[in-house]
Design a protein. Structure first.
Lengths: 313, 131
């Protein structure tokens, strides 16, 4: 079973996932080097599926590449580019290579990318894709045809706690959990009150026992990327005071670091939050610093610690 | 297009901008057609809703699902069951039914048929989330 699956089964330890950098060319060795900033801290990393509607090396190829360099992948599957037949083929194809973790997304629209003239697919939506992955896990394609030996999939999804309709977002998350999502990676949210309300609604209704909630944080170097997210990424609102806090600071890079550190501390303080999903746009060694400041040990140490405890029992 | 489909189209197009998917779920979605969502999502809003409640794809348009969610709570004279159905997991669209009359398919039960490998939720939604 995947490490992520084991952690979900054990039900109490911290889970750290990360966004792996996209692949556009080069060799496996180049990619291995790129992963090193974040990989040592993560239990598993997302093999992304054409992020923000930009073409890159495919999700399945990326997941296999990650496995080959010793990083546990989470296969992202989005609904924008492929119909249900191709999505099933991707999940089964990745499973053939031992990829068990799946993250089901509706996905950004084609207009978010650099080929807006492309046809959008959206044959399924996010919640339907979760059920589809469950069907495969239970041993059959959507048609009812047997898959033979069912792949031991660990199925998750995403949700955005920070956008409208705000009071409904936890219900949508609950729908995904009921459909079979065992972990939810949340969209980055610059409104702590919204994140709090979202997690509280799930926690008070018992959903956080069934599903690991992993809020996202994005480490940036200055106010530029914050402004970009606010202006160009639908669904992310960065309040003006957050942007000016970083923009007007004496050293914006330090202030941006403080911001992400505070976001992590806040998220981890919320009852019902199981861990974090990390994205690194700084690429200056900040991930190690961040995890140190948060008291998060590298994956191998956490693994060893858990192993020792199990042996002791 | 048969006579029934034509009549249905004439009535539902002006009121709901009906896209004739042939498997109508209007009553479960706050009397708001999910097929007018640019991503044709049947199970709620995507994560790209803008801060003003508008659509990721068409910034000038209010998100179909923001509208649907609001209407499912506030529309008068709607049976309680329809409001409760809002959170149901709706199955994938059967693309063969496009252009058909959903009235006809509702009468025959054809619109409730799902692929053999599709199972509804593994457990009944016992807990509603109070936001």
């Amino acid at each position: 079973m995947s490490r992520l699956g084991e952690l979900l089964d054990r039900g109490n330890e911290l889970i750290i996932t990360g966004e792996a950098p996209v692949i556009d060319g080069g060799t496996l060795a180049d990619y291995e080097a790129k992963l090193q900033e974040l990989a040592p801290w993560c239990d598993a990393m997302n093999a992304t599926d054409n992020t923000a509607a930009h073409a890159h090396a495919s999700n399945v190829a990326m997941a296999i590449a990650m496995q080959r360099v010793g990083v546990e992948p989470i296969l992202q599957v989005v609904c924008r580019d492929k119909n249900r037949i191709a999505q099933q083929a991707d999940i089964m194809g990745a499973a053939l290579h031992g990829v068990e973790n799946i993250c089901c997304l509706t996905g950004d629209d084609v207009t978010a990318g650099d080929e807006s003239e492309a046809r959008r697919v959206f044959d399924l939506d996010g919640p339907q894709l979760i059920r589809l992955a469950n069907s495969l896990k239970e041993g059959r394609y959507l048609s009812g045809r047997s898959v033979g030996t069912p792949p031991p999939l660990v199925i998750g999804a995403v949700e955005n706690p920070g956008t409208h309709p705000l009071d409904y977002r936890a219900q949508r998350a609950a729908k995904k959990i009921l459909a079979g999502a065992r972990f939810l990676q949340l969209q980055i949210c610059y409104h702590p009150d919204r994140l709090e309300g979202f997690v509280k609604a799930l926690h008070e209704n018992g959903f956080t026992e069934k599903c690991a909630i992993l809020p996202s944080v994005v480490a940036v170097k200055g106010a530029g990327p914050l402004k970009f997210m606010n202006n160009a990424v639908p669904g992310i609102d960065v309040p003006a005071d957050v942007i000016s806090r970083v923009a007007d600071a004496e050293t914006p890079a330090d202030e941006a670091y403080q911001l992400v550190l505070e976001q992590c501390q806040h998220a981890l303080s919320l009852p019902g939050v199981r861990g974090l999903h990390l994205t690194d746009f700084r690429k200056d060694g900040s991930m190690a610093r961040l995890c140190n400041d948060l008291g998060i040990k590298p994956r191998t140490e956490r693994e060893q610690h858990a192993h020792d405890r199990i042996v002791a029992v | 297009m048969g006579l029934i489909s034509a009549i249905e189209h004439v009535i539902k197009k002006p009121i709901w901008d009906c896209q004739m998917c042939g498997q109508c779920v209007l009553h479960d979605t706050g009397m708001t057609c999910p097929m007018t969502c640019p991503k044709t999502l049947r199970n709620g809003p995507c994560g790209g809703v803008r801060e003003n409640g508008h659509c990721e794809v068409k910034p000038e348009m209010r998100c179909v699902w923001v509208k649907a969610e609001e209407r499912s709570r506030t529309l008068p004279l709607m049976p309680e069951a329809w409001r409760e159905h809002f959170n149901n997991l709706r199955p994938p669209v059967d693309n063969r039914l496009k252009g058909d009359s959903s009235w006809k398919n509702a009468m025959s039960g054809r619109d409730k048929e799902t692929p053999p490998g599709w199972t509804p939720e593994p457990e009944a939604p016992e807990a509603e989330v109070e936001a």
